[in-house]
Design a protein around this ligand. Sequence first.
Ligand SMILES: NC(=O)c1ccc[n+]([C@@H]2O[C@H](COP(=O)([O-])OP(=O)(O)OC[C@H]3O[C@@H](n4cnc5c(N)ncnc54)[C@H](O)[C@@H]3O)[C@@H](O)[C@H]2O)c1
Ligand SMILES: [Zn+2]
Ligand SMILES: [Zn+2]
Length: 391
Amino acid sequence: MKALCWQGVNELSVEEVPDPRILNAQDVIVKVRLTTTCGSDLHLLGGYIPAMRAGDVIGHEFIGEVVAVGSEVRRHKMGDRVVVCSFISCGRCWYCENDLWSLCDNGNTNPGIGQALFGYEPGGVFGYSHAMGGFKGSHAEYVRVPFADYGAFPVPEGVDDTSALFASDSVPTGWMGAHLGGVKPGDVVAVWGCGAVGQMAARAAMLLGAERVISIDRYPERLAMTERHIGAETIDYSATDVGAELRERTGGRGPDVCIEAVGMEAHDTGVQGVYDQVKQQLRLETDRPSAVREAIYACRKGGSVFVLGVFGGTVDKFPLGAMMNKGLTVRGAQQHGQRYIPMLLERMAKGELKTSHLATHPMPLDEAPKGYDLFKNKKDGCVRAVFHPGA
Ligand SMILES: NC(=O)c1ccc[n+]([C@@H]2O[C@H](COP(=O)([O-])OP(=O)(O)OC[C@H]3O[C@@H](n4cnc5c(N)ncnc54)[C@H](O)[C@@H]3O)[C@@H](O)[C@H]2O)c1
Ligand SMILES: [Zn+2]
Ligand SMILES: [Zn+2]
């Protein structure tokens, strides 16, 4: 089959690779109908995620059709149209039973690297390095889906492929940020980043009752999209002091909940940003946390900051004093999609959650390297490139 392979830093190519087969009785094989790029893939492309090998198939957000079913799979049959959670979780361990799906003890078949990095390993993800299990990704014609009864979800009839695709990763991620960030009716919520994840966090905050949602980015087309399709207010951070602007817009109090949807490659033209760039390039710090810092300073006293953006290691100049003295709750997580996806698909079917506008650049899988160039460099208003592997 054809698949998009990571070949090295900023190097991708479409290659012929072996078709996947059922390896475990709980697997299904999915024929991919659509698969999309994610900000997390940019961290792979930039070489910031350890344990990638040349030839690894990337991609983790996808929808497709079940074409082979393992003997112990109970909830799926041939021909089912399913959206698949980006995280691979067993459904039976302590973490899965406690709705902490991305922390599953059995999803990551290669735990040693994560244990060395973080103390305990994170879960497994499709197409996301050998530190996260070394699973083949979804930018391919077919994917093996382990623990399919827990990770694959039937798509309601009224929801088209392009809309449902985002229920795999960006929609549940955004929802989790608002939900576990503790958004309550009447809250003011600020969201850093107007990519798919930030937009979905903003929409989730509204659906959870936030009175005002203020989204922050610098790309005019992303800001305009977030106003038009999500209904959030926006701030262009390249034109203003974000902290001062948030203070002004919240009557001097600051947002109740701050959601960071930017991650380790945050853009920052200030002195601190240059410092982070240099240290990251010299591998003296692994991540550039500008938006996290800004969120911690901007948050109201006693408020909550949720980090959705992916970070891989250590950061410098973390404002621990602000966190402690202002009594903040600071959390982060990889997405617990299995907890939210059925509910989110229902909301999509009811028209409460719209996602199709995110698919700005649909194209055949053969053109995926071009799609990544558009997405990485935010050219031509690209929010997400969506690949169709074809017949
Ligand atoms: N927690 C999870 O499970 C999970 C799941 C999916 C994605 N992610 C992470 O979420 C992040 C966003 O993903 P995406 O697909 O939306 O990416 P994206 O690249 O499309 O969007 C990121 C946006 O952040 C903006 N940005 C950069 N620096 C900023 C700053 N200083 N202040 C405000 N905005 C800034 C960029 O302009 C861009 O629009 C990534 O780090 C990704 O790895 C996490
Ligand atoms: Zn992702
Ligand atoms: Zn588990």
